[in-house]
Write a protein that binds this ligand. Structure first.
Ligand code: FES
Length: 141
């Protein structure tokens, strides 16, 4: 089963809005993201917990066990339908760098809308190499 940011936020939010719960959520995000908390997760967490992003940044800096990352993430559906569009995977692998983590994930269950990708947690349908380049530029990579 794939870990899902929105589901994790929903779960922890249901446990309360205290700082301990928030730190536990951040630790899980860090663990599931390969050792650092991706920047793109902060707005969603802040909104769900009713706090400012600056509060989250201060909390992360204050906790030695938490680390803020600066890497963007690209998840590419490797399901049977989306993987027919090899140009996406080939383009993504050429773009992979210290600032962009590329991973292939099982079918996203939106096969009719493929090829599907997730860029920093946001889902895009009918992805093209041009879309990847646009997302890279918008992210300053
Ligand atoms: S194959 Fe990509 S969503 Fe199913």
């Amino acid at each position: 089963m794939n870990w899902n940011l929105a589901e994790a936020i929903t779960y922890y939010r249901s446990q309360g809005t205290d700082q301990t719960t928030l730190v536990n959520l951040l630790k899980e995000i860090q663990q599931e993201s390969g050792g650092s908390i991706p920047l793109f997760t902060l707005p969603q967490i802040a909104e769900s917990f009713g706090v400012k992003e600056n509060f989250l940044l201060a909390l992360i800096r204050r906790m030695p066990s938490l680390r803020l990352g600066d890497t963007h993430t690209l998840l590419i559906c490797a399901g049977p339908n989306c993987s027919k569009h090899r140009a996406i995977a080939e383009a993504a692998l050429k773009l992979e760098s210290k600032k962009l983590s590329v991973s292939f994930v099982p079918c996203m269950r939106l096969c009719g809308k493929g090829p599907n990708i997730k860029w920093d947690g946001k889902l895009y349908h009918q992805a093209t190499p041009q879309l990847l380049e646009k997302l890279m530029k918008e992210s300053g990579i």
